[in-house]
Design a protein around this ligand. Structure first.
Ligand code: BMP
Length: 209
């Protein structure tokens, strides 16, 4: 994924028309659009073809290798990047890397409060799985900047970081901790002026680099 602004829009909406409006309003301020189950389940996977790219399918793929492969084959024609979980193990993640014809990012620690008890003690293991399976990058939490630094140092991979704004993380702290891209949803799509909100976050990222 080419880095220009370092900002990824998370479109966690079910309303297709609204998605198109928000995506168009933020053009020039973002490097990619990330979609998740709310949009794919409400509009169908073909709808992704209507969105401006690069497009990240955040399906958090987390199954046995054969099922992962089937999921990857379905989404592959409609997305440039995929997000998968590392916790099912190296064989499951490697299957995604092989079956998806684009970049695969993997979650090594989630951003919400409850994730700490699950992921903190397993962060190094999941980071090593990401590297060993050949992932292109990792997802680490802006709500815990020290985790970003730890994951970046251990893997040397591109770090995508969600959790700023609505979840309480600071964009500046995440960037300074080593995040390459910030993933931002509600602070942009719920703003009165999504384009202005995206522009402000993008210029904040640029100021910290
Ligand atoms: P928001 O800025 O509205 O909190 O959205 C964050 C986005 O990042 C959502 O799409 C969410 O699914 C995703 N995400 C996250 O918040 N934490 C994680 O640990 C991993 C994610 O993919």
């Amino acid at each position: 994924m080419k880095r220009e602004t370092g900002l990824i829009l998370a479109l966690d909406l079910s309303d297709g028309e609204r998605c198109l409006r928000v995506a168009s309003a933020v053009e020039g301020h973002i490097d990619a659009v990330k979609v998740n189950y709310p949009l794919v389940l409400s509009q169908g996977v073909e709808f992704l073809d209507e969105l401006p790219g690069p497009l990240i399918a955040d399906l958090k793929v987390a199954d046995v290798p054969n099922t992962n492969r089937l999921i990857c084959e379905e989404v592959d024609p409609h997305a440039d990047c995929l997000i998968a979980h590392a916790f099912p193990g190296e064989d499951s993640l490697r299957t995604c890397v092989e079956a998806f014809d684009g970049e695969v990012y993997t979650v090594v620690e989630m951003s919400h409060p409850g994730a700490e008890a699950v992921f903190a003690g397993n962060r190094d293991l999941l980071a090593d799985i990401a590297v060993d399976a050949g992932a292109d990058g990792v997802v680490a939490p802006a709500t815990r900047p020290r985790s970003i630094t730890a994951v970046k140092e251990r893997t040397g991979l591109t770090v995508l970081s969600p959790g700023v704004g609505a979840q309480g993380g600071s964009p500046g702290a995440a960037v300074e901790a080593g995040a390459d891209f910030l993933i931002v949803g509600r602070s942009i799509y719920d703003a009165d002026d999504p384009g202005g909100a995206a522009e402000k976050i993008a210029s904040g990222i640029a100021d910290r680099l």
